[in-house]
Design a protein around this ligand. Structure first.
Ligand SMILES: Nc1nc2c(ncn2[C@@H]2O[C@H](COP(=O)(O)OP(=O)(O)OP(=O)(O)O)[C@@H](O)[C@H]2O)c(=O)[nH]1
Ligand SMILES: [Zn+2]
Length: 325
């Protein structure tokens, strides 16, 4: 086994001159971060090898989050007890963020490089909350991810009304209580990296267990490595899907604050309201009380969907209410 610092101190083959501030990482390999726990990272190599690593000094204070594509050096064998070093974080394609709550604008990165945000909502027990869906939409657009909705517990309540309200979003209706109706959801998830997000109790774990037959084993493996249980874990975790693609399982967030998202970014999530909002007086809050808000006129004239305006206003109004989610 190579010494941990071999690559750093005595590179065997150099492709560019080594300088003091530019060590040679030419045989670094690319991996994806699947879990993060107190400075220890679990990584997945392209060939399926699972490697444990820590951050290397040159990264300084740069954050490494679940979903990051990184370059690693050192012992990348994945053998028990082996440790690799992360030397570079590749540019992120998407970044899903949240604030701890709306009063605390410190934003935290939930996951990097995911393609879509699947908002998991139960049709009953607990009932759907439009506020959460609105907030997740803003988070998805802000992250550069595609939003979709997965309605669970279809055996408990009809879906028609909820689906009608959600149009034109991509909505999949599933129940994990009956066999064979997850295919539609599999089609949505296939070959993409999807973040599942939703309230506690909506059926996310049940869904993950149905989609990833060995999820339980994978998660208990993680428990051994990190010494933490899945449900007490505070960070997201990536699970490869047997039919292609990956899902990112997030712990049930108590809040999905958007304090870090300014009004311009929220407006971008509501592109259809954008044009109308340009006619608003400078500094318009766009809330229902705003006397000359052009959005009211646009809704009255049928230029924008009143339901979208309502949704937008709910988000704007709830940004100061930490418990809305
Ligand atoms: N009726 C019905 N119950 C379901 C369905 N899917 C899950 N449940 C039940 O809903 C409850 C919550 O399911 P979980 O999978 O633990 O929910 P979760 O979203 O992972 O919740 P947390 O682990 O707290 O984040 C469990 O009792 C499940 O058995 C479904 O399709 N129909
Ligand atoms: Zn306005």
């Amino acid at each position: 086994m190579r010494d941990e610092h071999d690559q750093y101190e005595r590179p065997r083959r150099r492709t560019r001159p080594r300088t003091k501030d530019r060590p040679d990482y030419s045989d670094a390999v690319v991996a994806i971060v699947t879990t993060v726990d107190r400075g220890r990272y679990t990584l997945l190599l392209e060939d399926g090898t699972v490697v444990t690593a820590m951050k290397s000094r040159p990264l300084g204070r740069q954050g490494v989050v679940v979903g990051d594509e990184v370059r690693i050096v050192g012992d990348v064998s994945g053998a028990p007890g082996s440790l690799a070093r992360i030397v570079e974080v590749l540019e992120r394609r998407t970044v899903l963020r949240r604030s701890a709550d709306d009063d605390d604008p410190i934003e935290r990165v939930v996951v990097a490089n995911a393609d879509q945000l699947v908002i998991v909502t139960a049709l009953a027990d607990p009932p759907p909350r439009p506020g959460l869906i609105d907030r997740c939409l803003v988070a998805a657009y802000d992250a550069g991810m595609d939003p979709a909705v997965c309605l669970t517990k279809a055996d408990l309540a009809p879906a028609e009304d909820v689906v009608a309200q959600l149009a034109p979003l991509d909505v999949r209706i599933v129940t994990t209580r009956l066999d064979g109706d997850l295919d539609d959801l599999r089609d949505l998830l296939r070959d993409r990296t999807s973040v599942l997000i939703g309230h506690s109790g909506v059926g996310k774990s049940t869904l993950v267990n149905a989609l990833v037959p060995d999820a339980h084993r994978t998660t208990s493996h993680v428990n051994v490595v990190t010494g933490r249980g899945r449900h007490t874990s505070t960070s997201a975790m990536i699970l490869p899907l047997p039919f292609g693609g990956r899902i990112v399982d997030t712990p049930g967030f108590r809040s999905f604050g958007l304090a870090h998202v300014d009004i311009e970014r929220i407006l971008r999530a509501f592109a259809d309201l954008n044009t109308a909002a340009r006619d608003c007086p400078r500094g318009c809050t766009h809330l229902a009380e705003a006397p000359e808000c052009a959005l009211d006129t646009a809704a009255a004239n049928g230029e924008i969907d009143p339901a979208r305006l309502q949704s937008f206003r709910r988000i704007m109004a709830s940004r100061s209410l930490a418990d809305e989610y």
